[in-house]
Structures are given as structure tokens and as C-alpha cells.
Design a binder for this molecule. Structure first.
Ligand code: NAD
Ligand code: 022
Ligand code: ZN
Length: 375
């Protein structure tokens, strides 16, 4: 079949909207009509050429929602008409990682996904007979896409596509980091570094978990109002702090009889390795945990003095918020439908596929929290 897609033809070039060829689903695969897709930082990282693993030409996009329109042989868990969210972190429930219960990083199709092809080693997308790469196993910048059955989460059909697509990455990453990775308890203190599309979801996750003190840190004062909307209790702009940021934050988190200070949980949502160090060092001595969510540039390194860990701070990271996609994503959609979490105000721009490059510009300019393309 033919489908309309935004194609990444080469690194550093704007996406080109065109008709491409798409083969139907093979064994264990499903054909999905993508109804909406978010534009996320990783799409930009790859398109820019900064991603050493980026492949071209490719169909990017990994934050979508749509409807199953066809299934290949052997598919049992979904059927035509089901509403689904594609998963860049699949959940096979059979590999050693899934069975371990210790990680969400399913390994069933990991190698081929990184090579931009389906699990059988081939691509379903082509243009004039030339192969186009899949991206993060999703390729949601195409109106129709083919996905492995284990890489779709079946969700409530009443949920609006143009909002729940964000659950395909940003919402689940932020909320999941709080619930699954940090396992924040009621009454906790927390610091969130970077109040963008991820950090705001960490903040609403902290509110949901019952955290008492939720400190947001951002170099952009415009983010104060945004943080407050989702549960932030204190705002700090590092550029306006006299002296060093870490001692300032440690002092701010001193409560009652605790004269040591430091937060129970801190989250990096910037991808900046200097900020990651500040986040670790502003965690409480003896038990504070710091969670890295931000993705740093290729080859970047983090550092701290080992004494920071010897004295009980814990450094952790999280991918897709530690969420097991087929199990957890439908629950987050239900939380949205039940009004337990908010998504609508974070979607600041809705675009057509033809306008997709403007979505990337808005992200560069820091104008958007999230831009969503509706097909
Ligand atoms: P964003 O650009 O919307 O937000 C980043 C925020 O950080 C901005 O508000 C910016 O002003 C602020 N900031 C920049 N430098 C800062 C500094 N020195 N101190 C404090 N604040 C600073 O980005 P986003 O969409 O929220 O994504 C954040 C990061 O999360 C990215 O690196 C992205 O790739 C990553 N991410 C990771 C996962 C995962 O599974 N681990 C999933 C999705 C996104
Ligand atoms: C999504 N991300 C950032 C913004 N939006 C993002 C990027 C990478 C990962 C997670 C989220 C990530 C963390 C750890 C891994 N990845 C490796 C997982 C593994 O090896 O099992 C990651 C993922 C997918 C891909 C590359 C890296 C890919 O499909 N190319 C989950
Ligand atoms: Zn993403």
C-alpha cells in the first residue's frame, strides 16, 4: 500500500512529506493507522546527525497512537479495530529480561530495532524501490506503520489519540520514573531539574505519589508557572542563586529536626551532565536517590566524588520510566481518562503532517512543551 509520511532523507535536512510504499504485516506483526504523533527530543537528536547510531533514509517518530487495521499470521493479543500505542520499549513477557521482573528493557527484538528493521531483518517501508529504515521500532511519522505485536499496547478506545500519543514517551517516562524507578513514598521531598515535557510529568508523578516538597529547577523563569500548574511547591532558577546551587538546595530541603538536608529523590530531566552531578549531590546523605532521565550527547561522561556514594547517595537511570509497555501503558491511559493525571495543557501545539518541521523549530526555540501532529 501507499502511505503519507515525513521522511528523514539525510542528517541535518528538514523532513520531506511524501507518499511511500508500505508492505503489509508479516507473522507476529500488525499494521497500524497512526492517528496522532508527538515530536520528541530523540527524533531531533537523530535527525540532526548528532546520534551516532542514526540511520538514513528513515521514518522517525516514536510517540504515537492509532488503530490496528490489519494483523499478520499468528497475532493473538490484538485485533483489527483495537486502539494501540506503539512501544519503543517492547514487552515480550518471555525473554530473560522480561522474566527477571527486574527491568523493563525487553531484549526480544533489541538488535533488529537498533538496525532500523523488523525482527526478520527486513524493512516494510520503501521509496521507489529503495529501503527506508524504521525508527525505534515505531516510525510514527507515517500515517500507517507496521509494528511487532509485542510492541503495541492495547488501550481504552474512548481515549483521544491527539492526547494519549504523549503517553507513548513523555508522560510514561516522567510518571514512570517516579512510580517505578524511584518508588517515591508519600511525604517525600524531591527536586526536579529541567521543567520541559519530561520534568513536568515527573512533577505530576510526584504529586500523584504524595510527595510533600516538590522543588523545580530551571534556568528559564517562564517554567515557574508551568511547574506550579502540575504540583511544584518551590521554584529555583540557578542563574539567580547567589553562590553554588547544591548547598542552596540542600539548605532548602532541611526540615524539622533534620539539619543535614538534601532531597529524598532528585531527577535529571535535562540531559546535561553537569546538572546530573548537581542532582546527585543535592540528594540526601545516607539515602537520597538521584534518577537520570535526560539523554546526554554521544560520548559525554558523568562524574562525582565516590564519597558521595559511599555516604549513601544512590545514582540510578531509567528508560521509558521503567514501564513495561503492554502492562503499564494501558493503566496510564486509564489514569488520564479518570482525571488522575493531566495531559491536555502540556500539548501546546497541534500541527498537520505538512507542518511537522515547524514542530522541530518550536522545540529548538523552547516555545513548546509538546507539539503533536494529527493525521
Ligand atoms: P525540554 O527541552 O522540553 O526540557 C528541558 C528543560 O531543561 C528546559 O525547560 C530547559 O530550560 C531546562 N534546562 C536546560 N539546562 C538546564 C540547566 N543547566 N539547569 C536547569 N534546567 C535546565 O526536554 P524534555 O522533552 O523535557 O526532555 C528532557 C530530557 O529527557 C532529554 O534529554 C530527553 O532526550 C530525555 N528523555 C529521556 C527518556 C528516557 O527514557 N530516559 C525518555 C524521553 C526523554
Ligand atoms: C525517548 N528517549 C529519549 C527521548 N525519547 C529514549 C532514548 C533512549 C532510551 C530510552 C528513551 C534508551 C535507554 C536505554 C536504551 N534505550 C537501550 C535499551 C536496550 O539496549 O535494551 C534505547 C531504546 C531504543 C533505541 C535505542 C536506545 C532504539 O530503538 N534505537 C529504548
Ligand atoms: Zn521520546
Amino acid at each position: 500500500m501507499k502511505t503519507r509520511a515525513a521522511v528523514a532523507t539525510a542528517a541535518g535536512k528538514p523532513l520531506e512529506i511524501m507518499e511511500v510504499d508500505l508492505e503489509g504485516p508479516r507473522e507476529g506483526e500488525v499494521l497500524v493507522e497512526v492517528k496522532a504523533t508527538g515530536i520528541c527530543h530523540t527524533d531531533d537528536f537523530t535527525l540532526s546527525g548528532a546520534d551516532p547510531e542514526g540511520l538514513f533514509p528513515a521514518i522517525l517518530g516514536h510517540e504515537g497512537a492509532g488503530v490496528v487495521v490489519d494483523v499478520g499470521p499468528g497475532v493473538k493479543s490484538v485485533k483489527k479495530g483495537d486502539h494501540v500505542i506503539p512501544l519503543y520499549t517492547p514487552e515480550c513477557r518471555e525473554c530473560p529480561s522480561c522474566l527477571s521482573r527486574k527491568t523493563n528493557l525487553c531484549t526480544a527484538i533489541r538488535a533488529t530495532q537498533g538496525q532500523g528493521v523488523m525482527p526478520d531483518g527486513t524493512s516494510r517501508f520503501s521509496l521507489n524501490g529503495e529501503k527506508l529504515h524504521h525508527y525505534m521500532g515505531c516510525s510514527t511519522f507515517s500515517n500507517f506503520t507496521v509494528l511487532p505485536e509485542i510492541a503495541v499496547a492495547k488501550v481504552n478506545p474512548d481515549a483521544p489519540f491527539d492526547k494519549i500519543c504523549y503517553i507513548g514517551c513523555g508522560v510514561t517516562t516522567g510518571i514512570g520514573a517516579v512510580i517505578n524507578t524511584a518508588r517515591v513514598e508519600p511525604g517525600a521531598t524531591a527536586i526536579v531539574f529541567g521543567l520541559g515535557g519530561i520534568g513536568l510529568n515527573v512533577i505530576q508523578g510526584l504529586r500523584l505519589a504524595g510527595a510533600d516538597m516538590i522543588i523545580g529547577v530551571d534556568i528559564n523563569n517562564g517554567k515557574k508557572e508551568w511547574g506550579e500548574k502540575f504540583g511544584m511547591t518551590h521554584f529555583v532558577n540557578p542563574k539567580e542563586v547567589e553562590g553554588d546551587l547544591v548547598p542552596y538546595l540542600i539548605d532548602l530541603t532541611k526540615r524539622g529536626a533534620d539539619t543535614i538536608g538534601g532531597a529524598d529523590y532528585t531527577f535529571d530531566c535535562t540531559g546535561n551532565v553537569t546538572v546530573m552531578r548537581q542532582a546527585l549531590e543535592s540528594a540526601h546523605r545516607g539515602w537520597g536517590e538521584s534518577i537520570i532521565i535526560g539523554v546526554a550527547g554521544a560520548g559525554q561522561e558523568i562524574s562525582t566524588r565516590p564519597f558521595q556514594l559511599v555516604t549513601g547517595r544512590v545514582w540510578k537511570g531509567t528508560a521509558f520510566g521503567g514501564a513495561r509497555g503492554r502492562t503499564d501503558v494501558p493503566k496510564i491511559v486509564d489514569w488520564y481518562m479518570d482525571g488522575k493525571i493531566e495531559i491536555d495543557p502540556m500539548i501546546t501545539h497541534t500541527l498537520t503532517l505538512e507542518e511537522i518541521n515547524r514542530g522541530f523549530e518550536l522545540m529548538h526555540q523552547g516555545e513548546s512543551i509538546r507539539s503533536v501532529v494529527v493525521y
